[in-house]
Design a protein around this ligand. Sequence first.
Ligand code: NAD
Ligand code: MG
Length: 547
Amino acid sequence: MSTSPVVILCGFMATGKTTVGRALAEMLGVPFIDTDELVEARADASISEIFAREGEARFRDLEAEVCATLAGSPSGAVIATGGGALLRDETFRHLEKLGTMVLLEASLVEVLRRASTMPARPKMERSFDAVRKLHDERKPTYHRVTWRVDTTHRRAEEAAFEIAEQLRRAPDRGTVLHMRAGARPVPGRTARLGEDGLTRVVVGRGVLARLGDWMKDSGLNGPVFVMVSRTVAGHYGTAAKAALDAAGLRNKFIELDDKEEAKTFEQAEGLLYELVDAGATRDGVVVALGGGVTGDVAGFVAATYMRGLALVQVPTTLLAQVDSSIGGKVGVNHPRAKNLLGAVHQPQLVLSDVDVLSTLPDREVSSGMAEVIKTAIIGSPELFARLEKAGKKMPLRDGAFLEECVAACARVKARIVEEDPYEQGLRRVLNLGHTVGHALEAALGYGVLTHGEAVAIGMLAALRLSVTRGLATASFETTTRKLIEACGLRTRVSEVGDDFLQAMNLDKKRRASGLSFVLPVKPGEVRVVDDVSENEVVAAFQSTQKG
Ligand code: NAD
Ligand code: MG
């Protein structure tokens, strides 16, 4: 049974919304709708006339009205929107409910070239600087759309075909996000021009079976080196191998030890030897199949071998799916501090199959939920509300619930990383709960607390600090504590001594003025401060431990 899809094409001027839209509508056998035309019909005036007589605001009102009336149209359609349609949040939300949104993109040089052959319209700029300025202003609203198709070097039919193909695979598609954080071009990769630097994130159920297809679809055809622990290989090695074989990708499985104590330079060196022995060349692709330790170590190996091989993250823990697999931070521990040695090496593809979480021990699921709560606090009030709604009966084994969590977190993380791939500013918010968390992990010895348990306790300390400083309400703190408990996470640890303070001193997040700290304000909002003293942290931490 297939219902016809509704596709909404958005994007800047001259990115191909109308031409690609017409071609796509024909391929899908559905009508083509142009919101600009509907606005003109409704106002009984041309767009230029509306702008001239009544101004842009009136035009945006009409546009919002038109998009609202499209709701409830039963059958399929391809809808092309105006270049500024997404500026109105109301319009965005109408469109989002209608169907699948696709952002068309093109280089600004190409936009100008195309615009020069088009009739003038309001807001159509002709000079490079003006175009760039307008585009920069609108970029954040465009980037709310996560499925992006670059049309710079493609004919309208080609772009339409790609969209139609991906829609055809809709049942396996799950959520697909695209993030541009400067991934390096890969030698031997059949790069789609204009798409370099793009990380594709696929979240869904059963998607592991399509690993090879997704890799090829992302231009990764080279020999594959799958790095995987014995535990994870026992569960998913066969499925991963079958998926690669089916796509005709040559592959070799290399075993690693995914215990935190084995996240070492020595192990990375051993894996590098394996690549040398296997004769890996620059077209090789490293697949990290496993949890955060595997992703960090295998990613570090990928970043270092011949100055960087293409990397695919196939995270198999909740923590890795919601957090560590996205963003390109890879590395190993040093005896003196966690993650001291590393690199930023963006994966080309992240494939999160939430079905693999079914074999994950309860404690690991709970641990991942700490990062889910963290991500909700940092950037998703909707996710926070969703978790609150689940209340005491957090459905930690429900695939649909987990898919929602992973997709929502991937969106938040991708958005943050995209803006700040090298952690020069914004990305620091992701460290919520981590200053205290890392110190606790180090002080108690790795392995006593899971990473998530440590982060949860760290978040509570940060929240107590926020409340003490009058930044957050006590009820926000209470709600968060309840969420943490509902996820089966502990909120207290046995005695921690001087090691704890020492460990905090060594933390990378230290600034001259004091410790750098991420303080929660309310769901979806945090603040980074640089003036927290160790005493303040210890006092906050100790008071959360009392109750
Ligand atoms: P992990 O990688 O140690 O995995 C936990 C355990 O679960 C392992 O024993 C593993 O073999 C097993 N396992 C994995 N997948 C399984 C599955 N599907 N079924 C059954 N068992 C499975 O732990 P983690 O919590 O995923 O990762 C923690 C690490 O991630 C830490 O080293 C941390 O520093 C790192 N991390 C990195 C980033 C980053 O941005 N790079 C972010 C957060 C955390
Ligand atoms: Mg973390």
